[in-house]
Design a binder for this molecule. Structure first.
Ligand code: 2AM
Length: 176
């Protein structure tokens, strides 16, 4: 019999987009980005705030409890900057301007949850993975205003279609 206490899930904390926002972003990417590799699965679009790696159910429960105690701000981001990280072979979309309240919230979460990412926080939405080169933009630059509605704990779940980011818990953000 398998020992369920040892079963782990790869977890991360992030901000989810609403379905119409994901669809609008997928549509923009399809029309305006030229790249030999396919886009990430559109339902997976999100912004990562902190990555926890493999967690047991007990660790997950403790995380949920700790996250519940964090005060949550109203957060809005304007996305318009297309970027490329050669090390992680990722094409991404980033905020057009430094997003002070988002950066402060990510810092607070990392401190409160003792997240020890080797990468400094760099807000972005990954658009293409496994990219050996940057993407070329055709026509309209991206311009997406996102009013974030919830802090979300995601499970990075392996499936036959590839990894899917499944929300396990959500904490609403105040909408002013
Ligand atoms: P990425 O979009 O920059 O690749 C699920 O894997 C999410 O967690 C992805 O958004 C990914 O960021 C992020 N992630 C994966 N491994 C990570 C790591 N070792 N450190 C920080 N973030 C990571």
């Amino acid at each position: 019999m398998s020992d369920h206490t040892k079963t782990t899930q790869r977890l991360f904390l992030g901000l989810d987009l609403l379905t119409p926002e994901k669809q609008a972003l997928a549509d923009w990417q399809y029309r305006h980005l030229n790249h030999p590799r396919h886009a990430v699965y559109w339902g997976n679009y999100h912004l990562t705030l902190g990555f926890f790696g493999a967690c047991t159910q007990q660790q997950r429960d403790a995380l949920v409890e700790r996250i519940s105690n964090v005060e949550r701000p109203t957060l809005t981001s304007q996305f318009g900057l297309l970027g490329y990280w050669p090390e992680s072979r990722t094409v991404y979309l980033a905020p057009s301007q430094p997003n002070a309240s988002l950066n402060a919230f990510a810092g607070q979460l990392r401190q409160h949850l003792a997240i020890n990412d080797e990468r400094p926080f760099a807000p972005h939405i990954s658009l293409i993975r496994g990219a050996k080169e940057p993407a070329q933009m055709m026509g309209n630059p991206a311009n997406f205003r996102i009013r974030w509605t919830a802090l979300t704990l995601f499970w990075s779940k392996p499936t036959e279609q590839g990894v899917r980011y499944q929300p396990l818990a959500r904490w609403p953000l105040p909408l002013r």
